[in-house]
Design a protein around this ligand. Structure first.
Ligand SMILES: O=c1ccn([C@H]2C[C@H](O)[C@@H](CO)O2)c(=O)[nH]1
Ligand SMILES: [Zn+2]
Length: 133
């Protein structure tokens, strides 16, 4: 899939977002090494903390369908700034794909790419744990 097609898939998910509290829609499209794409949107909740971000919706869909080998993720918002993943989503992406490319999209459809390493330096991962994973 071209980068533009992946971005378009993330942008299309903006209309699926359930965000009556923040009114900030986010769409994501997660590409696996075999080319499979899983999409996601943010899903909010009246109790607030059960809300889930678009990126983690896509990761949950992918992992639960047997896919963990992520290559790129496009994240779209309608704001002026590029929509970057929150810290929780960065940590969740790190678990499966430390080398993933993160494509952040603004409301004008413009994009800017980052490595996850750039977005989450000095990160905590399983190598810090006193067990073998
Ligand atoms: O990485 C992020 C950051 C925020 N949001 C959502 C959560 C909430 O529904 C709304 C405002 O924070 O944006 C995402 O989907 N992804
Ligand atoms: Zn998030």
């Amino acid at each position: 899939m071209t980068e533009q097609a992946l971005c378009d898939a993330a942008i299309a998910m903006l209309d699926r977002a359930y965000c009556p509290y923040s009114h900030f829609a986010v769409g994501a499209a997660l590409e696996c090494s075999d080319g499979t794409v899983f999409t996601g949107c943010n899903i909010e909740n009246a109790a607030y903390s059960p809300s889930i971000c678009a990126e983690r919706t896509a990761v949950a869909k992918a992992v639960s369908e047997g896919h963990r080998d992520f290559v790129r993720i496009a994240v779209a918002g309608r704001g002026r700034d590029y929509c970057v993943p929150c810290g929780v989503c960065r940590q969740v992406l790190l678990e499966f794909a430390p080398e993933i490319q993160v494509i952040c999209i603004n409301g004008a459809g413009e994009s800017k790419s980052f490595s996850l390493r750039e977005l989450l330096p000095h990160s905590f991962d399983s190598s810090a744990l006193p067990i073998d994973v």
